[in-house]
Design a protein around this ligand. Structure first.
Ligand code: EPU
Length: 337
């Protein structure tokens, strides 16, 4: 095993923040992962997948372990469903493309989400009416203490909106090594009611779209609204959409009559954070080499060379301003380190 020293993490986080890891290793299988976890003499160990949900604000003094376990295989199938196991180090969109190319349905709405397969369950990634939990069968995760692999079914993962057991009770205890998905082989259940998707399909006059058509529509929408991390450093939505009471929402409507919302339950609604940030005047604002994306206010961007600490300060300013204007607390969706 080769541990490198003083490695820049710039290419290991989609924000493109240039901080240095004192020690760095890329692991390709579970045996290597177990060995690295057993190594002594490192105060801290950080597991990094695709680095798409992290804001690095300072150099990391410990050992960064890049989870690079690759491989996709069919584990079983019947007439209607195929169960596909993808290892944690597979790029998420490459996995989606693998499914679309074989006409396996379920993940098409999740096209082009940055990051790796192994981190997808942690925050239950979601887009355009579909969440990871909808196609999730199980995952395997290595218990860091016991160095043992454990299996998690859907119930055990306790998925919620951008949430799971891996962000709550089991935070920091496990490293996900693979995820098994349950996908349809035919009679695909398309989720195309989401406004922008329906519009995009209409534009192409697609009355009976295939999963490939849906995937392509999602890709076009994302490319038109969200910055490509390969070109402009970003981490997707920086904040979660806040959930507030219906009572507070009704009161806010007195002053902000065009405030959108999605119903969550009888007495709760979710308000788009992008709307709140735009109304607070931040959309498209730049502060030198970082700022708020001009087409989607929920996305903070690094135009090149920005410091993580500057982006963190901007996020705090946004939180304060939104709280002052709307009395709503924005919670970061990305992990801050
Ligand atoms: N909006 C604004 N201004 C903005 C952005 C949005 O007014 O700058 C308004 C829009 O007009 C719309 C509403 O906010 O009425 C919702 O916007 P959008 O459909 O773009 O979705 P979102 O709620 O901002 C969520 C996810 C995205 C996901 C999209 C599509 C969260 C935190 N974000 O964004 O996920 O792609 O829905 O399903 O739930 C991600 O997690 O990284 C991510 C990009």
């Amino acid at each position: 095993m080769h541990i490198e020293q003083n490695i820049s993490l710039k290419h290991y986080n989609t924000f493109g923040i240039d901080v240095v890891a004192k020690y760095f290793i890329s692991i390709k299988n579970i045996t290597e992962l177990k060995e690295v976890l057993s190594l002594e003499g490192y105060d801290q160990k950080l597991i990094l997948g695709g680095g798409s949900n992290i804001l690095l604000t300072k150099n990391f003094d410990g050992l960064v372990i890049n989870n690079n376990i690759k491989g996709i295989e069919i584990v079983s199938e019947n007439q209607d469903f195929v169960y596909v196991k993808a290892n944690a180090g597979e790029n998420w969109h490459d996995f989606v493309s693998w499914c679309i190319n074989r006409d396996y349905g379920g993940v098409e709405n999740l096209s082009l989400i940055p990051g790796n397969v192994g981190t997808a369950p942690i925050q239950n990634i979601g887009a355009y009416g579909v969440e990871l939990k909808d196609v999730f069968e199980s995952c395997q995760a290595l218990n860091k203490e016991r160095k043992k692999l454990e299996s998690f079914d859907k119930d055990k993962c306790d998925f919620g909106y951008r949430n799971s057991i891996f962000k709550q009770q089991a935070k920091g205890e496990y490293i996900i090594t693979s995820v098994t998905f349950k996908l349809t082989k035919h009679s695909h259940i398309l989720n195309i009611d989401y406004g922008v998707i329906a519009l995009e399909l209409d534009k192409k006059d697609l009355k009976t779209p295939s999963i490939k058509d849906v995937s392509e529509a999602v890709i076009r929408i994302r490319e038109s609204k969200l910055p490509n991390p390969k070109e402009i450093g970003n981490s997707g939505s920086f904040f979660k959409n806040p959930v507030i009471s219906k009572t507070q929402y009704q009161e806010l409507l007195n002053n902000f009559s065009d405030m959108p919302c999605y119903t969550v339950s009888d007495n709760k609604v979710k308000v788009p954070a992008g709307w709140l940030i735009e109304k607070s005047g931040f959309k498209g604002k730049t502060f030198g080499n970082y700022g708020v994306h001009k087409k989607q206010a929920l996305v903070l961007v690094n135009y090149g060379g920005a410091k993580g600490s500057d982006i963190l300060k901007l996020s705090e300013l946004i939180q304060k301003t939104v709280s002052r204007i709307f009395s709503i607390t924005l919670e970061a969706e990305v992990n801050i380190l």
